[in-house]
Write a protein that binds this ligand. Sequence first.
Ligand code: GS8
Length: 220
Amino acid sequence: MAEQEVVLLDFWVSMFGMRVRIALDEKGIKYEYKEQDLFDKGPLLLQMNPIHKKIPVLIHNGKPICESLIILQYIDEVWPDKAPLLPSDPYQRAQARFWADFIDKKVYDVGEKIWSTNGEEREAGKKDFFETFKTLEGELGEKTYFGGERFGFVDVTLMGFYSRFYAYEIFGNFSIEAECPKLIAWANRCLQRESVAKAIVDEKKVYEFLISLRKRLGIE
Ligand code: GS8
């Protein structure tokens, strides 16, 4: 294969960036990690993602790819030989994309309503939170991973959020494991993979970051 230059624009605590870090590591792709200051965005980020101005951005041989789920699919297409993320069967692929989309639309929202709120709003958010998590647990069922026996696209997508589970529990004053034990057992299985263990940031540091973000946003 021709020389590959792979650069990742990222921010250490980003669950979207963690997805990309897991996928690159699963595939054994070497890359240069470039931490971005999201509170004072640099010219490279603005040039590479002029539309959303967000991380993660994967820069492959000088060309940018934006949006974490699109980046995961790109990585899977460009480096298909090792650790396939999406199944080969079209129906199974569609299902995997459906659940990744569900995670993007729902898990993000229900999590925000726990850590970035207070009082009644947070209490109301808890119902939605567990409805979403139980839906995911139902989809997982008795399988080892979301796609079956093989760690894949949906697992990578959801594990990015795992780094926030501890923060959700502290802010929400609840236990995810008490309500969704199979989902936590699944997360622990994923964490045994080197790619995941390396990419997922320490949960307590994420919690501290969210406390500082609340202060910055004037929530208290
Ligand atoms: C979300 C990226 C995102 O929100 C994806 O890549 O999947 N749908 C996109 N990135 C955040 C950091 S993580 O919370 C970001 O870059 N925010 C900067 C900003 O909003 O200005």
